[in-house]
Design a protein around this ligand. Structure first.
Ligand SMILES: [Zn+2]
Length: 183
């Protein structure tokens, strides 16, 4: 709660209250000088801890997550705001679980699932760090699975409209042919 902006008194009464976006807007009246003022209170989610592989707990850090995903998406042709939206979605999903502690693997898996839909290269980069592919064979298997998934789309809803996907597929095909014809 906020002190009166006019006299600094610590106490006020609420005269009106309404929900706005992700918070509450309150009309208040100072109990000392009677001045009216408005406060906006953002709803603060309860703090969330991530359980790391070595059992240590660390408070969930959105910026850290964002930095990790940004790194994986470096130089990828992604629409503006796509990474932030991905982080927003994951953060919302984590809080929706309603748990105080979440294993870091779960966070990693969520990111991996989302990146898979967003950008295959970013996905491989992130997964190779996060899942620590045991060896190059495991990584290759994952890449092969992905590539076969591109050829035969799964029932997963595409992130891009069908036409755009088709164009991307054709481009990729053209590139592959080009490389082959150079030999
Ligand atoms: Zn006052």
């Amino acid at each position: 709660m906020m002190n009166c902006p006019y006299c600094g008194h610590y106490d006020s009464k609420v005269t009106d209250s309404r929900d706005v976006n992700d918070g509450v807007r309150r009309r208040r009246q100072c109990l000392s000088c009677g001045a009216r003022f408005t406060t906006y209170e953002r709803l603060q989610p309860a703090s969330l801890f991530v359980i790391k592989k070595d059992e240590r707990r660390e408070e969930f850090d959105r910026n850290k997550l964002l930095a990790g995903i940004r790194k994986a998406c470096e130089k990828r042709p992604l629409p503006t705001g796509a990474i932030e939206k991905l982080v927003d979605d994951i953060e919302a999903e984590l809080y929706r679980l309603g748990k105080a502690e979440i294993p870091s693997e779960l966070v990693g898996d969520m990111v991996i699932e989302q990146l898979k839909k967003l950008d295959h290269i970013a996905y491989i980069r992130f997964a190779s760090v996060y899942r620590e592919f045991a060896d190059i064979t495991a990584l290759k298997q994952e890449v092969d699975t992905l590539l076969s998934g591109v050829e035969a789309p799964t029932s997963q809803l595409p992130l891009l409209p069908e036409t755009e996907l088709a164009i991307k597929g054709r481009r990729a095909g053209r590139k592959r042919r080009k490389i082959r014809s150079r030999r």
